[in-house]
Design a binder for this molecule. Sequence first.
Ligand code: AMP
Ligand code: MG
Length: 490
Amino acid sequence: MTIHIPFDNSYARLPGSFHARIEPSAASAPRLLKLNRALAETLGLDPAALETQEAARWFAGSGFPEGAEPIALAYAGHQFGNFVPQLGDGRAVLLGEIVGRDGQRRDIQLKGSGPTPFSRGGDGRAALGPVVREYLVSEAMAALGVPSTRALAMVATGDQVWRDTVLPGAVLARVAASHIRVGTFQFFAARGDDEAVRRLADYAIARHYPAAADADCPALALLGEVATRQAELVARWMLIGFVHGVMNTDNMAISGETIDYGPCAFLDVYDPSTVFSSIDRGGRYAYANQPGIAQWNLTRLAECLLPLIDADEARAIERAKVVLAGYAETFQQAYLAGMRRKLGLMTAGDGDLQMAQDLLGIMADGKADFTLTFRGLGAAAADPAAIASVAQGFADPAPFMLWAEGWLRRLGEEAEMGRAEAMRTANPAFIPRNAQVEAVIAAAVENGDFAPFETLASVLARPYEDQPENDAYAIPPASSGEAYRTFCGT
Ligand code: AMP
Ligand code: MG
């Protein structure tokens, strides 16, 4: 079967300083572990063609399909607040871009296929565990309705990678609206290459925010668009209890998609200071810090764009500040609107934010599960008798019962048409629970058993539906008393 992928590689046509060309690497025994058939179809690709051995070799980076122009992208970034002038794709290769059936242009990137000029000391490889993790969690995020990079395929390379121990190697074929990061702008700005910053801004505008081209200051409009998307994105994270874990400026996409699933994880018990990543010792990227960190990152983007905003730096800063101030407002609005949906409030009231914050405070004190509590409220909105079973999730049910009285009173003041259904679509039953993700990874890595992966992936594909047969996946872990820890390394 000959496979035709209609690549159109606009990023590869940018100047040479934007990327480095990549040669195929040798994978010993490429084997397809999973193809996302539905995504392949959205992209306009034939799933059957991508299930061939030839495609498995491409996905492993061992030879490239016709029309691909494999490149590693240059970027810089602030890592935990410290600026690193050159990072770049050290373990990722952009195969090229395709325009899908929906008219959307997307990157197809291989993560873990071998070294690039940006690898420095690293091996450019990925271990199977983190690949399984990114596949599961990024697809779960998409199903939850959160903008995200997607997983197209997962292949085993047949090679071993050396981490703390020897692990099976794998590659994730990832699909993204683009891989332009805040750090991509920083790469050129740090070199004082204003022309490249301008070129990148023009490219980002044309690709993601074409209306900005007509603004009186396109760079400022670009900043505003990115800030809006980022505010909406982080609000969605907060509303489902997602902790990204490594919000460095190189891990923040201009497109507004969630990108780089390393140490990310979901809250079980609601605790705003939750940090999962083993390397985040200061808690910089704790759950509650995420909205502020996104604003910090946007400020770094604004600094890169200053020369394009106004030749007079002081004036450029003033103009950028106005736009950045809009971020906090957009975030608050998106978060409050989302909280209203989660609480089943069909109309806006002055006390709504307070009501949500009161509940969160009681959840934190009562060590209640974030996801189960909100899902339970949906049931309680339909049948107030169900409040008692939600209350059982709290160490001390009394404060919650008191809160629920006020909440039900508030609901009673509104028409309830469609409320229960609306709440179901705002409060997922199923999220990728940490213990379940770990169990899936262990089965895949230790036994080559992907049945648990398939089951969990299919449960997470329908997160807002009741799935009585899969209730075991909705239940939080019994507390082990030990904090869950995640690791960056792929
Ligand atoms: P991350 O922590 O995923 O944001 O990655 C930070 C930087 O380290 C990026 O430039 C990556 O490309 C690079 N990197 C991470 N893992 C590897 C690896 N196994 N080999 C080479 N470079 C890597
Ligand atoms: Mg990164």
